[in-house]
Design a protein around this ligand. Structure first.
Ligand code: DUC
Ligand code: ZN
Length: 460
């Protein structure tokens, strides 16, 4: 393979930002050198640009059922969108079918993703259809490099598991060193509140918000963390949206619970005013948990700054307004929950985080790349610019501008949560294992370039 140099940029390595060149060979970062050093066959000029580790998005739902809908991005379209938006690894959620064993699920999802993905990938296995021996099968998946799982504490009668099952999954997590992604919301309480709202004639999409108060999240967070503490398991809290949840996370960390917590791009950048209309168009924001108040949003940024939250994912769950969300026209409970964002996560966070001086450039790299790689057994292959790591790179122009519009996106969905936003920052190039997969906003990668990455257990 050709020897490639990335020259003239500001590299964000683990020690911080520095003026340096990168030498790449065989898809790996061979060396970080003084500007101008090293002889190569090809060069990419990155003068005036930032050279960052490619994004790692550990929360996507591609080609998956979601309530009465089915997400509209395949692994092909969704990973192209990810690549165009600066992400070089995705860890998708594999949904367990009723009666399906975990090894059968792993085989099915491996076959589905193989040869389709534009960038490197893995997946978490969802545990939602209980059977004798399911926790033993968790160990089999960990041995095969699928070292994380997903459970739901909401959506009763569909994917929700009960507390006894959660205890068993977290006990298995302790045994196998595997991380368990937990959708923490009190499903029983939410169902009662939602039914009450509908019985009062409150059926419009805006009632998705009052049906799921922040305390229904915080209660489930607390319960999940206590159950994790009882077992010694490794909890990962997905999509934290409420200020009240953060106190429970802080206290659990003080007690030594090895919890890692995530929030998502939309909770940091939008607020509940998006629900302030009786219009059905509000359905675009019917994602779960709902987007909270400005105070919650400020607290989430505070959580990022103090380390309570260490990862920002997209929760990419694309569902079209026309033909899918409109199933809930007469009853918000029937709107399939989820919104798109894998293509926008990196740049929206750069613009709202770094350019607005909410976080440093180094913290930005940690939350979009390094910490997700660490939490899910991908580090140091992914998530860092270091000698020997994969040459997965995002070259970003901090002074460029990017307009967001659904009409110009790769995501296969009929809207965008940040429609009309003008972002500070522009993606110049994205490289996956040394191969340019996106350039000037266009996906240019070779078809099927992405490889399955076996992941280590967090502790074994
Ligand atoms: N939960 C998720 O994690 N993603 C999309 C929808 C949901 O309810
Ligand atoms: Zn999700």
């Amino acid at each position: 393979m050709t020897r490639l140099a990335i020259r003239g940029g500001t590299v964000v390595a683990e020690s911080g930002a520095l003026r340096a060149d990168l030498i790449i060979e065989d898809g790996l970062i061979e060396a970080i050198v003084e500007p101008g050093d090293g002889s190569v066959d090809e060069e990419i000029d990155s003068t005036g640009l930032l050279v960052l580790p490619g994004g790692v998005d550990v929360h996507t739902h591609m080609d998956s059922p979601s309530g009465k809908g089915h997400t509209t991005d395949t692994h092909l379209t969704g990973t192209r969108a990810a690549a165009a938006g600066g992400t070089t690894t995705v860890v998708d959620f594999a949904p367990q079918s009723a009666g399906e064993t975990l090894p059968a699920l792993a085989e099915r999802w491996s076959e589905k993703m193989a040869g389709e993905c534009a960038i490197d990938y893995s997946f978490h296995a969802t545990v939602s259809s209980w059977y004798d021996g399911i926790t033993d099968d968790m160990g089999r998946l960990v041995d095969a490099g699928i070292s994380s799982f997903k459970v739901y504490m909401a959506y009763k009668g569909a994917v929700m598991i009960d507390d006894g099952q959660l205890f068993q999954v977290l006990s298995a997590s302790a045994e196998f060193g595997s991380r368990v992604c937990i959708h923490a919301e009190n499903g029983d309480v939410i169902d009662v509140i939602a039914d009450r709202l509908v019985s009062e004639g409150k059926v419009a999409p805006r009632y998705h918000l009052p049906a799921r108060p922040g305390l229904t999240e915080a209660e489930a967070v607390h319960r999940a963390l206590v159950i994790a503490e009882l077992t010694g398991g490794y909890p990962y809290l997905v999509h934290m949206s409420a200020a009240e949840s953060l106190d429970h996370i802080r206290r659990a960390k003080e007690r030594g619970v090895p919890v890692v917590a995530e929030t998502c791009t939309h909770y940091l950048t939008l607020d509940q005013s998006v629900y302030d209309s009786d219009d059905f168009d509000v359905a675009r924001y019917v994602l779960t948990p709902p987007i909270k108040s400005q105070r919650d949003r400020d607290c989430l940024w505070g959580g990022i700054a103090d380390g309570t939250l260490s990862i920002v994912s997209s929760d990419h769950c694309p569902l079209c307004l026309v033909g899918q969300k409109d199933l809930g026209k007469g009853d918000f409970r029937d709107i399939p929950n989820g919104g798109p964002g894998v293509e926008n996560r990196v740049l929206v966070l750069f613009s709202e985080g770094v350019a607005q001086n909410r976080i440093t450039l180094e913290r930005f790299v940690e939350i979009v790349s390094t910490e997700p790689a660490r939490a899910f057994g991908l580090y140091p292959k992914k998530g860092v610019i270091a000698q020997g790591s994969d040459a997965d790179l995002l070259i970003l122009d901090p002074n460029g501008m990017t307009d967001i519009s659904a009409s110009a996106q790769y995501q296969n969905v009929d809207y965008n949560l940040w429609e009309g936003w003008e972002l500070k920052g522009k993606i110049n190039k994205v490289l996956s294992r040394g191969v340019v997969v996106a350039s000037d906003g266009e996906y240019v990668g070779p078809a099927g370039h992405g490889e399955f990455i076996p992941r280590k257990a967090v502790a074994r």
